[in-house]
Every structure is written in C-alpha cells, then in structure tokens.
Design a binder for this molecule. Structure first.
Ligand code: FES
Length: 236
C-alpha cells in the first residue's frame, strides 16, 4: 500500500513520517519516549492500557498514541502536567487492582510496570488496594502464571496467536473479573495447543508469566526476537 509523507509537530518539534504510522511510532523514531505497557513492536495494537495517551490540539479528549495515525498538521503534546497526572492515575489503578509485591517478585528490577511507576514518580498508592485472590497456575513443567501480577495487557495472547500461531491464551470474564486463560480454562500444563516456546513469558511486562526456577528479581525478559521474526517474515 502506498503511503504519503506528512509533517506534524510533537512537543513543538517539526517531524515528518508516513501517514500509515502512529503517533507512538513516529515519536519513538524521533527519540521521544511515551509511556506504554500494552504496546510492543511486532504485535498488533489493542490500546488496552491507556498509558500512552497524549494531547492533540483540537481533539476533545486525550488520544492513544499507539492507536492513532499521524495526519498532516497535527499538533501533539506527549508531556504535560495533565498527562503526568492521568498516567499516575492509570498506574495507581493497576497497582491497586492487582497484587503486586515487588520485593518478592521474580521480575523485580526488570518489570515494566515498576519502571513506569518509577518514571511517574509513584512512591505510594492513594487508592484502596483490592487484594484480589487470583489463581496461580504452576501446572506447566517450565513456566508459571501468577494472575495476581497480570495487568491484562494481552501481549501473551497476541504473541501466542500472531507470532507462534498456537492460540493458547485468551481473555475470559469482564471488568474486574477479566483474566487470562489457556485452552478455554484448561490448566496450562494440560494445554494441547501450547508449544512451550516461552514467547508469552518473554513479552509479559510483569512477573505474571514466569519461568520456573527463577528466584526474586532474577527474571530478565527479552523481546528482541519479535523484531527478528518480523524482519525475517518481511524478507520472505
Ligand atoms: Fe497505547 Fe497501551 S500503549 S494503550
């Protein structure tokens, strides 16, 4: 498909990109970081976490940078006190809704939620914690799922479906009851579709999906395989 070059402004800087690019993609190309959790290069875009919201001149509300294509003359602001406040609220809600005890988490120090919170200057949560009692699925011989640490970014669902082609993971339930399930709520270890590739574990931004045997703060994840696979597929 042909694309056109458009020029716009991000944080007062004039930048150009293809009109099939999103605000987030163009911002990253220009070295402008926008907080994000559900977005991962190489996977489809779902706009689930709402952390990447930006201000666009003339728009009624905030706009998801990961899900909005650039247009000619757009005026985008990725950083403001209003956005900082909004992002802090999102992060606080994620912490309050789940059960995130960083000090005993395998992903401590390598967790994207923790990193985003640190960047946002969050050192405590004002919202009441819900302390959910979600399941831990340790039935798989290599991996585990602690749903208490899941932020429902659905990266695992997408990588399993779009990259591995196994379609093991999906989301069940709605609202506060929403949770990740394998093979229509079969224990992960009994899944007939899971190939044990571990891609879901690698793309999970928190310690929700983990490798067995990893101790506190030991779990470092790698997502670079995504760009490699994407490049190989494009070459073909
Ligand atoms: Fe855009 Fe999650 S990164 S909504």
């Amino acid at each position: 498909m042909n694309s056109n070059v458009v020029t716009l402004s991000i944080n007062g800087k004039e930048v150009s990109g293809r009109d099939d690019e999103t605000i987030l993609e163009l911002a990253l190309e220009n070295g402008i970081q926008i907080p994000r959790l559900c977005y991962l290069e190489g996977l489809s875009i779902v706009g689930a976490c709402r952390l990447c919201m930006v201000e666009v001149l003339g728009a009624k509300g905030l706009i998801a940078a990961c899900a909005t294509r650039i247009t000619e003359g757009m005026v985008v602001q990725t950083d403001s006190e209003r956005l900082a406040e909004y992002r802090r609220s999102i992060l606080e809600m994620l912490f309050a809704e789940g059960f995130h005890v960083c000090s005993v988490c395998v992903a401590n120090g390598h967790c994207e939620l923790q990193t985003q919170a640190a960047h946002a200057g969050i050192d405590h949560i004002d919202l009441p914690y819900l302390y959910p009692r979600r399941k831990v699925d340790a039935s798989h011989r290599l991996f585990g799922l602690d749903a208490n640490r899941c932020i429902l970014c659905t990266r695992c669902v997408r990588v399993c479906s779009e990259i591995e082609g196994a379609r093991t993971w999906s989301v069940s339930g709605r609202g506060i009851e929403a949770h990740i399930i394998s093979d229509f709520a079969t224990p992960w270890g009994e899944s007939t579709t899971c190939t044990s590739c571990g891609k879901c574990v690698q793309v999970c931004p928190t310690g929700a999906l983990f490798m067995k045997g990893a101790s506190t703060a030991e779990l470092e994840k790698r997502t670079d395989f995504l760009s490699w696979i994407t490049a190989m597929r494009e070459q073909r």
